[in-house]
Design a protein around this ligand. Structure first.
Ligand code: ADP
Ligand code: MG
Length: 146
């Protein structure tokens, strides 16, 4: 597991961009963490790393936003997904393997995540602008990401 502390939204975006640099284009990235943890900030940085600059925000109502950069990116927010029918209706299963899938609120679809997905847990600390990132599934790239 890779552990990384960020101390500003900018540092979180930089971490996202570094992670983007090791992607091959078909990965699933499952983020876990509360409201305000930095899931969208991280996604914004990851997208920037893939050449996507336009308005990355939480697709809370849309459920999925599609972006086009070095690879296609499908950005999910599973906050409102409560059952299997909901998830199916988003097209989730059709997107798998066709681009980078990055997911906010993975807690809500844990049993439907790909077994080999990259898992990122983001935690707040006592310091207002500090976030702890615990990244599973990219140990081979630890020197690039840290
Ligand atoms: P989420 O998508 O997890 O709900 P956002 O990325 O939308 O979270 O928001 C994170 C909030 O926390 C923003 O208001 C941002 O300014 C703030 N913040 C403070 N420190 C950090 C940090 N180190 N990394 C990311 N966001 C931070
Ligand atoms: Mg968000």
């Amino acid at each position: 597991m890779i552990r990384k502390v960020t101390r500003s939204p900018q540092q979180t975006e930089e971490l996202g961009a570094k992670l983007a640099s090791v992607l091959k284009g078909r990965e699933m990235i499952a983020m876990f963490g509360d409201l305000g943890a930095g899931k969208t900030a991280f996604t914004r940085g990851l997208c920037a790393g893939l050449g996507i600059s336009d308005g990355v925000c939480s697709p809370t109502f849309a459920i999925v936003n599609a972006y086009s950069g070095k690879y296609p990116v499908y950005h999910f927010d599973m906050y409102r997904i409560t059952d299997a029918d909901d998830l199916f209706a988003t097209g989730y299963y059709d997107y798998i393997g066709n681009g980078v899938i990055i997911i906010e609120w993975s807690e809500n679809i844990e049993s439907e995540l790909e077994p080999d997905c990259i898992r990122i847990r983001i935690s707040k600390t006592e310091s207002e602008n500090e976030r702890i990132f615990e990244i599973e599934g990219l140990d081979d790239y630890a020197d690039v990401i840290c």
